[in-house]
Design a protein around this ligand. Structure first.
Ligand SMILES: O=P(O)(O)OC[C@H]1O[C@H](O[C@H]2O[C@H](CO)[C@@H](O)[C@H](O)[C@H]2O)[C@H](O)[C@@H](O)[C@@H]1O
Length: 360
């Protein structure tokens, strides 16, 4: 891996924007080229791909597409003997206990601490639906998020574009980190707080057009422009055509060694090769809020997707807070707790508010 020292990758107006948001520059961990604070943890661009592994990669992609889109079989309820699936699920729940069942444990640890909430959007605040443009959150969920934000600093961290997720959530009092954390904005201000991938915009726009062209040829495939990353959706594509999608995307990606692919829920996500992800966004926001390196802070991150694992990992490895995985199916995670679905997320958020009011 080579370090990229090309400072133009940094947003040109980061320090101006930060000061507009009322954040003292000393609180910011990442710097524009002429700033005084360290940029050593910043961007890393790996060596150009050689192409030798391309065939292997293409097959791996298809495997990853299948494994990231499991079919969830219903549990049998007519047998007294637990099935293997049921046993596996119980064992999984022992490893990742319900955050609702463990609520007292969580809040007794949170007592006297400043809780900071990080919430993923799709699959966490809104249910997964076939049409990404219709992934609305319920009014009850919006109210719950509004209420938690009255008591705890709250950020939405999404793979969506920041504008899109703000449009869905509609609450200006939150922090928003769109494009998997590559587009961060503070509450109530129409300025960008931080955009570490701004130099990639022309490249992203270019590949977006190519991906739209290939999607036209595959029934059900759609492409979503998330500003600093692109989503290629295959939820509505016949499984027989998944190979075609994987190969076509792979062929295009060969021309863009500075872009990489990650896998979400029936979606391929094209993004810059940057050492930046949802975990880095969490660290950045905590630092910006002046809430880093304090024993009196308890960050809680709730998310359902592979990309949320980067944030779970940051919290687990730093022994800093709790990741809560939203899933009803067993899967390995860096989270500490689990919630089955957005309806349990709603209950958890409401419980936090009740607890906070009662302990005030
Ligand atoms: O980080 P997130 O907020 O979870 O965003 C990840 C992706 O979410 C969206 O796609 C997912 O939800 C869609 C609506 O329910 C669903 O149709 C799709 O299959 C899921 O992958 C969003 O559309 C993507 O752009 C995000 O990357």
């Amino acid at each position: 891996m080579e370090k990229n020292h090309n400072a133009s990758v940094l947003t040109e107006s980061a320090s101006l924007n930060n000061s507009r948001l009322g954040l003292h520059s000393a609180l910011l961990p990442y710097s524009p080229p002429d700033a005084v604070f360290s940029s050593s943890l910043f961007l890393t661009i790996p060596r150009k791909k050689t192409g030798l592994l391309d065939d292997v990669l293409s097959t791996c992609w298809l495997d990853a597409m299948k494994s990231s889109s499991p079919t969830h079989k219903k549990l049998k309820d007519f047998s007294t003997e637990p099935t293997d699936t049921e046993i596996a699920h119980r064992n999984w729940m022992l490893k990742y206990p319900s955050a609702l069942a463990s609520f007292e444990k969580i809040t007794s640890y949170a007592k006297g601490k400043r809780v900071v909430l990080f919430l993923d959007y799709d699959g966490t605040l809104s249910p997964i639906v076939d049409n990404p443009d219709r992934a609305f959150m319920s009014n009850n969920m919006r109210l719950a998020v509004k209420n938690v934000a009255r008591y705890f600093p709250t950020a939405i961290i999404s793979g969506r574009s920041r504008d899109k997720v703000l449009e869905f959530v509609g609450l200006t009092e939150l922090y928003y980190a769109g494009s998997h954390g590559m587009d961060i904005m503070g509450p109530g201000k129409e300025v960008n707080l931080f955009q570490p991938a701004s130099e990639f915009l022309p490249m992203i726009d270019e590949i977006y057009r190519s991906l739209v062209d290939i999607a036209k040829e595959i029934e059900g495939a759609t492409v979503e422009n998330n500003k600093f990353c692109i989503s290629v959706h295959y939820r509505n594509v016949d499984e027989k055509s998944w190979t075609t999608i994987a190969e076509s995307v792979h062929d295009i990606m060969k021309n863009y060694p500075r872009l990489r692919l990650t896998h979400g829920r029936k979606v391929l996500e094209v993004r810059p090769v940057l050492n930046w992800d949802k975990g880095k966004a969490v660290e950045f926001l905590l630092e910006s809020l002046g809430l880093s390196n304090s024993d009196n802070v308890l960050p809680i991150y709730v998310g359902d997707d592979r990309t949320d694992e980067d944030a779970f990992k940051v919290l687990r490895e730093g022994n800093r807070g709790y990741g809560i995985l939203v899933s009803s199916a067993p899967k390995e995670s860096n989270a500490f707790y689990s919630l089955r679905d957005p309806s349990e997320v709603l209950e958890f958020l409401r419980s936090l508010v009740i607890w906070k009011k009662a302990s005030a």
